[in-house]
Design a protein around this ligand. Structure first.
Ligand SMILES: C[S@@+](CC[C@H](N)C(=O)[O-])C[C@H]1O[C@@H](n2cnc3c(N)ncnc32)[C@H](O)[C@@H]1O
Length: 238
């Protein structure tokens, strides 16, 4: 696939900063179908090292709040500055997605790449913690690592080559996620689909030189991608 915006990033930075399947490609595919207007105020939820935050601020002209629990905001800000951005364009924050310190209806959109499955598996999460922060008519865009079909009762050996059953419980199929999200009132699920870039996003990830990527290689090389997908979710607050 073609990723004109993602390919403006030096490959060495993508290799160094990735925390999973290429977040730039996932984010570009997710956003390109939607067309958020430049200047929109966006929450990048579970932004990690901030690759997607830089993509959205620099290549889409969005005003981005890069919110993450495990990464350090100071380190992320130095990265953002090195990528040519200022604190007028991008704001790094260390926050828990279950206790977000923002005004109600503050954001035009929420984008979450490879993170929502950490905190959003409780179906009450969306309506309690996140949706109130989005303005009416605003968008919620998620790219969620998922399963083609839930197989938790009979996990294939290729998945168990890298992950425990407890870790695999973070992954579910589209039917499961639709049921999870549609329980919330006040939000319309506009679209859910399997993302086209999954295989290449995973190939980019397992080429990274870190222990997590090396750990995931065994499963991918054993055929895990026959069972895994990436689920794009497009929702609008009513
Ligand atoms: C696999 S990483 C993905 C990071 C980034 N979105 C990317 O694609 O490179 C998952 C991220 O979810 C974040 N996360 C997990 N639980 C969280 C929570 N309760 N609140 C905020 N962020 C959380 C972690 O800090 C981590 O950076």
């Amino acid at each position: 696939m073609d990723f004109p915006k993602s390919s403006t990033f030096p490959p060495s930075i993508v290799l160094e900063k990735s925390m999973g399947p290429n977040p730039l490609k996932l984010c570009e595919e997710l956003l390109d179908g939607v067309g958020l207007p430049a200047g929109s105020v966006v929450l990048d939820l579970g932004s990690g090292t901030g690759l997607t935050s830089v993509l959205m601020a620099r290549e889409y002209g969005l005003m981005v709040y890069a919110a993450d629990l495990w990464s350090e905001p100071g380190e992320n800000m130095r990265f953002f500055e090195g990528m040519g951005l200022t604190n007028r364009q991008i704001v790094p924050l260390k926050v828990d997605a279950t206790a977000l310190p923002f005004a109600t209806e503050f954001f035009d959109a929420v984008v979450s790449v490879d993170s929502y499955n950490y905190f959003g598996r409780d179906p009450a999460y969306l309506g309690t913690c996140l949706l109130p922060l989005v303005r009416r008519g605003g968008m919620l865009l998620f790219s969620i690592p998922g399963m083609v079909r839930d197989c938790h009762d009979d996990l294939p050996a290729c998945l168990l080559a890298s992950w425990t059953p407890e870790q695999l419980d973070y992954m579910h199929d589209m039917v499961w996620w639709r049921r999870n999200l549609e329980q919330t009132e006040g939000v319309q699920v506009v679209d859910m689909h399997e993302m086209a870039c999954t295989a290449e996003a995973w190939a980019d990830w397992i080429a990274c030189d870190n222990d997590y990527a090396r750990g995931d290689r065994a499963a991918v090389e054993a055929g895990a991608l026959d069972y895994l997908n990436t689920i794009a979710v497009v929702m609008r607050r009513r």
